[in-house]
Design a protein around this ligand. Sequence first.
Ligand SMILES: [Zn+2]
Length: 1078
Amino acid sequence: MGGETYETAKPKSSYPVRSAHPVGQWIPDIYKSRIGQFYAGGQYEENNLRAMMNEAVVSGSPHVKLSVWHAPNLSRPTFKEATKHKFEKTSVGQSFGPSWSTHWFKIQLTVPSELRKKELLEFHWDANNEGMVWTEDGNPLQGLTGGGERTEWVLPESFRDGKEHTFYIEMACNRMFGNAAGGDSIQPPNPDNYYQLSKADIVAVNSETRQLYIDIWVIGDAAREFPADSWEQHKALKVANEIIDAFELGNQDSIIKGRRIAQEYLGKNVSSSKVYETGTKPLVYGIGQCHIDTCWLWPWAETKRKVARSWSNQCDLMDRYPEHRFAVSQAQQYKWLKQYYPYVFDRVKDKVKKGTFQPVGGSWVEHDTNLPSGESLVRQFVYGQRFFESNFGDRCQTFWLPDTFGYSSQLPQLCRLAGMTRFFTQKLSWNNINKFPHTTFNWVSLDGSQVICHMAPAETYTAEANFGDVRRSVTQHKSMDQDETSLLVFGKGDGGGGPTWEHLEKLRRCRGMSDTVGLLPRVHMGNSVEDFFNNIEKRISEGLNLVTWYGELYFELHRGTYTTQANNKRNNRKSEMMLRDIELLASLASIKGSYKYPKKDIDDMWEAVLLCQFHDCLPGSSIEMCYDDSDELYAKVFETGEKILKELQEFFGVQAVENPKSKERLAALNTMPWHRREIISLGNGQAGVACGDGNLLNIKTFKIAETPEVTVKDIKDGVFVLQNDQLRVQVDRGCITSLYDRLAEREVIPEGGKANQFVIFDDKPLYWQAWDVEVFHLDSRKVLSSGATKVVQSDAHQVSVMTETKISERSWVKTYISLSAAFKGQQSYVEMHSEVEWREDKKFLKVEFPVDVRNTEASYETQFGIVRRPTHYNTTWDMAKFEVCCHKFADLSEHGYGVSILNDSKYGFATCGNLMRLSLLRAPKAPDAHADMGRHDIRWAILPHQGDLGSTTVRTAFNFNNPLKLVQAPETLDASAFSSPIKLTGNKSLVLDTVKRGEDDEDVSRGELMKRKGKSVILRIYESLGGMSKGTIETTLDIKKVWKTNILEDDGELVKFEKGKADITLKPFEVATFRLQL
Ligand SMILES: [Zn+2]
């Protein structure tokens, strides 16, 4: 051994032998909290990322010169009117008001030379209220929100020329959510809000800093919201902290470095729409949305401006973000834009053509679906789809209704009949009792028709496009067994606004994150709502079986909206009835003779009625100003309607009379499509019997038999008995203590029960006053006791008693209970008429009817049919329906016998066991401090009936809402005038609900769509009781062909028509439309 050399062993690892220093584990909460501080306002805003957002800010003269003109008397003048006036100098710091006033600002702006080369120049304006930027020559460019949101307008390139440029800002003295007092937006508006202009600056924006701000915001969300047991969460925390560590105040390189670090988590493409070009399968489809309540905490006049502000903003964003897609419903809002902002409308039209601005919904407004009549729902679609088709060349395929308070069981059928196979909503996520179990499902109508329904799993239509919204699109998705995709509907809403650039930037990061680290569901932009549904429809065609939901989508909240703002609801019912009469008579007149169908007036009336059915108007959840607006609109509807009816009566040669001097040549005008026999008042205490089945009924003298046909007797101290051949009614201090059916030999009121009993409840819901009545209100039930009853009418044809009920020192009810002589073979009923003086505070007035009938389900009239609901509280789903919606009647029947409660203007009802309860009046104080205060006139009736619920109830309820009208006819009037030229015979469950002229008939059309040759009559017939029914359309008109059509009047199958007759068969609860071509 020796001489050998040994090499030192090379260490296999560079891993140091000894620890250099201690290293601690990150304390997650501390490192997470630090992230928000990096970009938040507050004590560090001069040291953190915020301090580098802007490269320069310039304000005041000579670069920003401000002058103003105040529009007088809360007026909202046009640009032209406003800019005619002399503007006076003003400055930042000044305040403007009061609430709802408008101020026009002229801004003379010169970009300082040192800013001209800056990458991004914006004008920042903030007065904490809404505004609109106008060009010098009067083009509206972009809306401003205020209060730190959407305060920037990107300056045009042409402004960099060193010269002075002028533009205008129209300031509206309201915030996004109106002018609520205090911090609670549903409190009635404060009329005296003033708004301080706090900012009018030229700003050179540091765009990289702005981008980094969005980077770290979204990465920070991942650090905060991804599960702690995922590596993706830890990585996000690390990346975010590295960005913060790299930051040096004032050093632009540190911003660039931060952005590079962010790429580790977000990928390389988040600064452009390129990020969406990865071709991987997305799960979440982002759709921009701007929910503008057509009225709510502001009046319609403001909505018109909100539409222009919001939508022009979106057009601007589309120019800057090519992936941006924006879905907009409500034809009415488009129509306003077209009328008042043609410049913006053209811009929108251009974007619609490009496919970025996407009309959806197919309806006139996003309407309530509980309260409007069936025909109103039809017209929402007819007027909506016709507007979309005539203005944009296409109908909508998706019914869009994210914010309505419950969904009628007939909507799927009507959607299908309006060419729509899809339905989008989300409101059931607000249920406060049961969680709705599906996200994507087949929703099935009363008649079996279905639509694909999708309820966005992010559970909002105003998502902020946050990481959390994207994540919840999977974590809250309840239908992933069938289909895992979903819509993410984002953008500022309710008060308008829509997506902001921040939203679009955040979504780019979310997509980049999914493609880079994963875990977050992949969000996609650039598709449409229809693309989303097309994909599901395609999968259905390939065998996908969606879960089903049959019947109404009952909303477990906002049950007070069946009752609040009674006057508005009454106007809705009355105008629906009036329009029905007008269309029927005008159709007959325009077919028979030279009468010109008043299509424009009819359109105007319908559009007004449909507008008032908006989901905050008819339900009663708007501020007082909105009801001043709707009162005015309804008044106009009634004025026009009365005028047309008078013309029609003249055309038919009759004249309405109230107290005719002579009984000669009197007739009753009838618009119901069936035989009627009713007592009709001839004035001066006299009555006749109108009888027949045409539009004019003969009136016969009411014959007085030896024994009077209806009597009233005082049987003991203040207890009266009203009796006719069918019913014996015992009234004790306003309550019906016995209702004996003499034919059925059966007592209707259970022993000890009191029907027509007024009850009052404390009505203080958890928050949403006008909207909600909460389950606990039932525990506060108080019986109202009444004064002595007295007889007020004792005629041979009718008897009445009257009772006064004191509600409080300020409120009372005066109730008339009447019974008329009964006709053989026709069910008699007890009629109530109440006059109410209502001055209460958060109380709920109802009237009760305990009945001796047992069933676990009660029936309620809904649009074109009946919906059955439990009378018990077995499960939370049953109990949740403690207050429900009905139309003209509610019914509780057992085998062989039942009782219907009819009404002329009410919609709220409850049946608990055998107790039926009609809701009359509420007294919420927000958002309208005076809702329902004052005088009310209400009619209702108790209709007992032998047999199950049947056509007796359906028809009597129609008649009850449509009293005969007394008219004087000339002697020369032809007998044929008394018979209707169109009749429906056959099964009595069929109702001929609507008779109108074809929308596109050449003598009717207003030219929106292609005219159709000749004249036609449209009949809408529905099956009202839930059984297949046969009938015959019989007509004396010279009809050539009969088509079955959809509700848009597209011809479908040809119906066999011979000798003036067409046989028809309708399936249970089917709504069928027929077009009779002359
Ligand atoms: Zn809404």
